[in-house]
Design a protein around this ligand. Sequence first.
Ligand SMILES: Cc1cc2nc3c(=O)[nH]c(=O)nc-3n(C[C@H](O)[C@H](O)[C@H](O)COP(=O)(O)OP(=O)(O)OC[C@H]3O[C@@H](n4cnc5c(N)ncnc54)[C@H](O)[C@@H]3O)c2cc1C
Length: 333
Amino acid sequence: MNPVRNNSNKYSSKNSGEVISYRMNIKQNVPLKNLTTFKVGGCANYFCKVKSVSELKEAVDFSKKNSLQVFVLGGGSNILVSDSGFNGLVIKIEIKGISYEDEKAICGAGENWDRVVESSIQNKLYGIENLSFIPGTVGGAVAGNIGAYGMEIKDNLEWVEVFDTKNLKTIILKKSECKFDYRDSIFKKNNFIITKICLKLSYEENVNLSYKDIKEYFKNNNTPKLKKVRSAIGKIRKNKFPDLKKYGTAGSFFKNPVIEGNKIHLAKILDNLDMKGLREGSIGISEKQPLIIINYGSASAKDVKTFSEKVAHKVYKKTKIKITPEIIFVGKF
Ligand SMILES: Cc1cc2nc3c(=O)[nH]c(=O)nc-3n(C[C@H](O)[C@H](O)[C@H](O)COP(=O)(O)OP(=O)(O)OC[C@H]3O[C@@H](n4cnc5c(N)ncnc54)[C@H](O)[C@@H]3O)c2cc1C
C-alpha cells in the first residue's frame, strides 16, 4: 500500500509502473463514530465520499490497486463499527438527486431516504408514506429492505442501478433479481454498490392502514390523506424511538426470528422476560421498544456487542429461540 500525494495535491497510486491520479479526496485515519447513529467505533484507514458514479469507479479502482477491503457507507444508521475501526477503504455514497417521471421516482443512492418520502408526498404520490422518518440513505434502505407499518421498500421498487465492483460496470437489476427478503437483499452479500433506484408510486389514493398502531390512530377516519398518514407515523415513531440527538442507537438491534415461515414478535418475548429497560452502565434496552439497544453516552462497540450477546443468550436459555442481529458489524470484533 503506497498512496502518495501528487503535485496536484490528489492521491495517486503506483502499481506495475502505472500511476493513476484520483480526483476525489481520499483521507487517512478518519473517525467513523460520528458518521454512525450508534456513535461508537474507531477510524477508517482510508475514507472518501463519492458524489457520482465516476468518482465511485475511481474509489473502487484505488481499493483494487492497493488491495484494500471496501465498506460502503450510507447514513450509518444500521451499523456497529468496531472500536478498532475498519482496516480498508470506507466509501461514503453521496450520489444525490430525486426526479419524477409521471408516477416514477428516480433517486440517487446517497439521497436521504426521508427526503424522498417527503418529496413524493408533496408530489401527491402514494406508496412509501408508511416508511416516513426512517433514518439513512436510499442505498441503505434498499440494501436492508427497510420496513415499517405494514410496508417494505421492495413493495414499490421497480429497478436498482448498481456498480459492479468486479468488472467496474454499471448495470440495472430488476426487482426480481435483488433477492429481497425480511431485512435482506442481494446487496448485503455481493459486489454490487447501489447508485440509483426507481420507485413505482401511484396517484391513486390508496393508504395502507393495516398495521395495528395506525389502524388505532385512524379508527375514526379510514381514508386519511398522505400528509395525515405521515404526520401520524411521525407521532407514533416519536413515542417508540429514542431521540438520535441525545442517544446512540441503530434502531432494532435484532431481527424478529422466523420459525417455520412465521415471524415471531421478539419485542413481546423480551418484554415477557422483563428485559424492557434493562441497563448496564452506558448501555441498555429501550423502555419503550425492547428491540432497540441504546448507547446512553460512553459505551464502546465492545460494550454494545457484549450486551447484545447477553440478551441473545438469555432469550435462548429461556425460549430455545436463536435470535440474530439486524445490524451490520463493521471491522474486527
Ligand atoms: C432511530 C432509528 C429508527 C429506525 N427505524 C427503522 C425502521 O422503522 N425500519 C427499518 O427497516 N429500519 C429502521 N432503522 C434502521 C436503518 O435506519 C435502516 O436500515 C437504513 O435504511 C440504513 O440506511 P443507511 O444509509 O444508514 O445504511 P448504513 O447503516 O450506512 O449501511 C447499512 C448497510 O447497507 C449497505 N449500504 C449502504 N449504502 C449502500 C449502497 N449504496 N449500496 C450497497 N450497499 C449499501 C452498507 O454497506 C451496510 O451493509 C432505524 C434506525 C434508527 C437509528
